[in-house]
Every structure is written in C-alpha cells, then in structure tokens.
Design a protein around this ligand. Structure first.
Ligand code: EPZ
Length: 424
C-alpha cells in the first residue's frame, strides 16, 4: 500500500487549482443510464471513485472512455442485466445511485446493499421508501435490493417526504421520478449544491425538475430523456481542504476555481478562526498570519457547516489559542481521526458526538493511519503543520476523493512525497 510522507512546518504559499466535484460527478455518471444515447461528463476529477463508477457503467453495458478530465459514456448496448454487484458496490457505496435510474429505465434493478462504512451505518431506507411510494416492489435478498416497477412496469409519480435530509436519497429519487408516469413532489430534500447540479443535468436531458437546492422538489415525469454533455461544478470540499491547510500552516494561498458560493457556512467559521479571505478574479485567497482563534462548529445539512469539512477543521482547532467544541450531527462515527491526532500531540476529549479540542502550540510528526476519506485529509494537514516527519498510511482512502493531492500540495511548497509499498 502507498503512504504519504511529509516534513512539515512550512507555510503553504502559491496557487492551487480545484478539480471537479466528486460528489457531483458520481450521481451525474449514474444519470447517463436514464438515456440510451452517448453522454459526455467533463471536468471530472481523476479519482478511484470515478474509475469505480466507470467500471460499473461498463458492467451495465455502457462502454465508457475515461479521459484526463472527461468521461464519455457510450450508447446503451442493450444491457441484459440491470444489476450492480457487491464486488463493485462494496468499493463505493455511491453505486447505490444506479438503483433509481435502472428501475426507472428498465422497470427492474438488482443492486447490492452498500453495507456500512467506517463513518457510520449509512442505511438507504429512505431511498427504498421513496421508490416504494412510486410503486416499486422492493425485496431484500441475500444482501441485494431486488426492485421491480409496479407489475414490472413504469414507476408512477408520488408525493414523498423524507424522514431525514439525505443527499444521495434525494438524488436517487429525483432520477427515478424523472421517468415516472406523472408528477412527483419530494419534501424535506437535501439542498446540497451537488443535488442542484444533478437537477441541472437532468433538465438538460429533457427532464422537468423545479426546486432543486431547496427542501421541496417538483418533478414532472417524462417518457424518455436524451443524452447530455456537461462540465461539472468545482469541488467545494477539496477547496475547503486546501483553505484549512493554508490556514493551519500560516500560509498565503490562492484557491483557484473555489466555488465560494457553496462554502459560505464554512467560510464564516474560517474567518472567525483568524483567516483573512479575499475574493480574487480566479478564486479565493486565504491568509493566516496571526493566532488561530477557537471556533465552535456543529455540522449540519447544507447550507450549514459541512460534515465533510469537520475532520479538517478539527486540525485547525488543535492549534488554536483556546478551546473549541466540535459537534458531529450527521454521522455517528466520524471522529476516527481523533485517535491519530492524539498520537501527534493534540489535546482532544470526545464525549459521544462532541469533541472538546484544547489548542496546543504545535503538533509533532508521527506514523498515522488513514481510516476514511476526510480523516485522511485531516492527517495530511496535521503533518503539514508538524515540523518533523509524518507518514500517513493507507492513503488509498485519500485517493478516493483527492486528485493528486501530494502534487498539488508540493506545488504550494510542501515537502511531501508518495511512498510505495509501505505496510498498512
Ligand atoms: C453524501 O453521502 C456524500 N456522498 C457524503 O460525502 C456526505 O458526507 C453526505 O452526503 C452528507 O453530506 C456523496 O454524495 C457520494 P446522506 P450520503 O444520505 O448521501 C442518514 C465524502 O466524504 N440516512 O446525506 O450517503 C445517514 O445515515 C462523502 O465525500 C438514513 O438514515 O449521506 C446520515 O446520518 C462521505 N437513511 C444522514 O442521513 C437513508 O436512507 C445523511 O446521510 C439515507 C441516509
């Protein structure tokens, strides 16, 4: 397995460019299944999750070509099996996003249950309840969701209220409703920018979707949809990660193509922590020269503070000149970076879903282990602040969501390298 080795203690300086949004690319690649023609998804980041999505599309009969930043999804070869096997779904739980499109297009689907993951149980009950509201017959058999449209036919529009705001749940049902017979009203929807971006693509395909980005979405089902060519939005979480790295190292970094309009909740906290943020022509400049001030955060659905930025922000608070309280409300087990940060000299007390962070003057380098995507990013940031050497192991977690992160950080002056063949 690979590891990333960092000799930190150097302020990051320069310009870094943000790639396309992973969490927009994944549902949009699944949306290609709603049409039989050839589609193009552009500004796609080079990530393992994208490779997994392409493998899944190929399995579903859609010959795809993964270019440097574009995925060409080939025309439908007449898939004989609208199925997503466990071998692929276990690599990436977002594979569950083929369920809605396959059911809507073919009247049947068999998709492996994603199972839990490091950060929580992550059930998909809301996805299934919504599809049942549209007339789907859902069975759980041998670890698979086996779904059929009403009498094996077309889904029907329905009114459905989510019990909890779910990003991929909203996305799955939007895609299913796009080809359903009649009107669907989804209430208590997730409002994330990636949901809005998917709706933009579905409307490009000929769907009729209104209200995406709010908590109520109206979909008029269509008989069929046509293929699309779309360049996706920038990745707000990658952008935020580089902003925290700049702040934590006392740097001066221009984060190019940062989707500032999708980061307001997070940026308000970063300013409170003592950063100077300046909008420039091509991005947002982040400068931190004074002390890091303690800022309490509570993660929340968009537009609140994003759970995907919690681990990274915690590193900043580890170096603050006081005490910060971090509360995680979205996932039940998203503090796994804490034990590794403690090994680097952090002072953090966890009580249930709350972490009390008492700032320390500096973190010290150590060999640490990545456990999930955003925890990995937080350990890299911690290593960048420590004046000696840090080795982050199991960086395959990192490769799922960050494109060439060590190259981008080296471009900002970090002393960082990828080391192959390191025991996990
Ligand atoms: C999406 O995951 C993102 N992934 C996650 O990003 C992100 O952390 C999460 O939304 C929250 O913003 C993608 O978009 C591919 P949820 P998702 O359904 O859709 C509960 C990253 O690091 N829930 O919004 O799986 C669930 O347990 C990843 O890029 C149900 O109870 O998250 C959680 O507590 C990690 N039943 C809450 O809702 C359901 O049917 C929010 O989860 C669905 C969800």
């Amino acid at each position: 397995m690979d590891a990333i080795r960092i000799r930190g203690g150097r302020p990051l300086k320069g310009t870094v460019s943000v790639s396309g949004a992973k969490n927009a690319a994944l549902p949009i690649l699944c949306a290609t299944l709603l049409s039989e023609g050839e589609s193009f998804v552009r500004n796609v980041p080079a990530l393992r999750d994208i490779e997994t999505s392409v493998a899944l599309l190929e399995f579903l009969g859609r010959k795809s070509v993964l270019g440097p930043t574009t995925v060409r999804v080939g025309a439908d070869t007449g898939t004989s099996r609208p199925e997503a096997p466990y071998e692929l779904v276990k690599q990436m739980r977002a594979s569950v996003l083929v369920l809605g499109p396959l059911l809507a297009r073919f009247g049947r689907a068999k998709v492996s249950l994603p199972g839990g993951c490091a950060i929580g149980a992550r059930p998909i009950d809301q996805h299934l309840k919504g599809l049942e509201a549209m007339g789907a017959e859902i069975k759980l058999e041998h670890g698979y969701v086996v779904a059929r449209g009403p009498n094996g036919g077309r889904l029907k529009g329905a009114d459905f209220c989510f019990d909890i705001a779910t990003v991929t749940g909203t996305e799955n049902l939007m895609m299913a409703a796009a080809l359903a017979r009649g009107r669907t009203t989804l209430v208590n929807c997730a409002r994330e920018p990636e949901v809005e971006e998917l709706a933009r693509v579905l409307n490009k395909m000929g769907a009729s979707i209104q209200g995406a980005g709010t908590d109520e979405i109206l979909i008029e089902g269509k008989e069929s949809l046509h293929p699309f060519d779309h360049a996706i939005i920038a990745d707000r979480v990658e952008a935020g990660t580089f902003m925290v790295a700049a702040a934590a190292t006392g740097g001066d970094v221009l984060v190019e193509h940062a989707p500032v309009e999708h980061l307001e909740g997070f940026l308000a906290k970063l300013r409170r922590a003592g950063c100077v943020l300046t909008r420039e022509e091509h991005g947002l400049r982040v400068v931190r020269s004074g002390p890091i001030l303690p800022v309490d955060i509570t993660t929340a659905p968009y537009p609140g503070f994003p759970t995907d930025m919690q681990a990274q922000f915690m590193v900043l608070m580890c170096l603050c000149n006081g005490r910060a309280v971090i509360t995680e409300t979205i996932f039940e087990n998203r503090f796994m970076h804490v034990s590794e940060l403690l090994r680097m000299g952090a002072n953090i007390d966890v009580h249930s879903n709350t972490a009390i962070v008492n700032g320390v003057p500096a973190l010290s380098g150590a060999s640490v282990m990545a456990t999930d995507l955003r925890a990995s990013a937080s350990l890299v940031i911690a290593g960048l602040t420590a004046s000696d050497e840090t080795e982050v192991r199991r960086v395959y977690h990192l490769d799922r969501g960050y494109e060439h992160i060590e190259q981008k950080l080296a471009g900002l002056g970090a002393d960082i390298e990828r080391v192959k063949g390191v025991a996990g």
